[in-house]
Design a protein. Structure first.
Length: 56
């Protein structure tokens, strides 16, 4: 997921340098959404094992 986010941000930078503002904005928005989804899943994967651990 983080790889896709980096891919879209690079695409946004290249498109912006070439003057394609609409494509650059769309790619940057997609990259931002993917990054926040990645961060949310990372936090969940770090917290859930602590919550669901069996208590003896």
């Amino acid at each position: 997921m983080l790889g896709w986010s980096l891919t879209f941000i690079v695409l946004a930078i290249v498109a912006a340098l070439l003057g394609f503002g609409g494509i650059a904005g769309a790619a940057a928005s997609i990259a931002k959404i993917l990054f926040f989804v990645f961060v949310a899943l990372l936090v969940l994967s770090l917290i859930l094992p602590k919550i669901r651990a069996p208590r003896a």
